[in-house]
Design a binder for this molecule. Sequence first.
Ligand code: EPZ
Length: 417
Amino acid sequence: MDRYIIVGGHRLEGDVRVDGSKNSVLPVLAATIINGKESVIHNVPELKDVDSLIGLLRTIGCKCLFENNTLIVKSNNSLDTLIPEKPVREMRSSIILMGAMLARNGKVKISYPGGCEIGPRPIDIHLFGLRKMGTKIIEAHGYISCECDKLRGVEINLDYPSVGATENIMLAATTAEGVTIIQNAAKEPEIVDLQNFLNGMGARITGAGTSTVKIEGVKEFRDVEHTVIPDRIVAGTLMSAAAITGGNVVLNNVITDHLKSVSSKLSETGCIITEYQNSLQIMCNRKPKAAEVIKTLPYPGFATDMQAQMMAVMTIAKGTSIFIETVFESRYKHVEELMKMGASIKVDGRTAIVRGVKKLTGAEVRAGDLRGGAALVLAGLAAEGTTVVDNVKLHIDRGYDRLENKLIKLGADIHRV
Ligand code: EPZ
């Protein structure tokens, strides 16, 4: 299952390029089903999740060519409407294909994505929106069968600004009759990137990035070429690596606007962050101070995908921090592993209290989910002695493109076995 061997104690220094965003490229890949033409997508990261979704697109009949971080998808063939169970089980975010398949064929049968390591991951808000647009949905035998001869534009109010539900409804609405309005939509930058991609192929969408997204259904689509935005969570993870090792790092290819909440929190701990056109420098030349409260919220609040990485930094901070995870039910799998390394953390429901300790010591730990795994790598960079992080292939490779190479470039002593 591949493991990282990390010898801690090295300050990270130098510059590194941030890859394209996983959480942007996945819905963009789903959207390539809609135009029935050619989509050329640049800055695509090499990730397990991307490979899984490319595999799914090929299974239903798309032609995909992926090389040098550019992906070409041709979706002109008639496409299957059944999404097989195994790949959906492998990657729950393939539920994003639902909206795109409905826009293209008016029909889709997909197996229930099921929960994952950070919680049950319900899709009731997705289904609520699609039903409001006229989709007949039958949930039986572990499958969701959706059918709709004509999707209708309608106003949909989301109970929660769900990223996936916003994306699925946007995708389905591209060919609906009339105008669809999503109220209480998610405002993540990946939603804006999806809007830009869809408009590039001829859709008519406005408002992404705000709570109200408007989609006017169209009939004709064209080829599209698009460059995926940088991954703000990879950027935040590398910033946290600089913070935990007292380093001095320059990140190239970032959109500093997308990093405001992470930059603000790390500045609170004493890091000095300088923003440039599309890069930033983070210098942390002393032990971090504890940030009093880290509360995860939908964008532009502090990202839940950065909670574990920030917690790793706080385990060795001066003082005590309080984490409140408001987005997912159980996203503290990394806590017990960090405690094996000497961290002092108390979890009570969605709250975790982290009392900074003098130092962490290397140990054998295992990644329980993607971002928790990244947090263990960060802890290993700062720990005294050697840390072994297990389940790299299963979890960390899903969202980080050769993370070890980036860290080695910055002076870390890490290698994969
Ligand atoms: C996306 O997941 C991201 N994944 C997640 O990143 C990220 O943590 C999350 O958004 C929040 O920012 C991708 O973009 C592929 P949600 P998604 O729907 O769309 C509840 C990572 O590490 N909910 O906004 O699944 C849900 O249970 C991954 O890269 C419902 O109750 O997130 C959760 O508690 C992890 N009903 C909350 O909303 C629904 O129908 C947020 O979920 C949908 C969601």
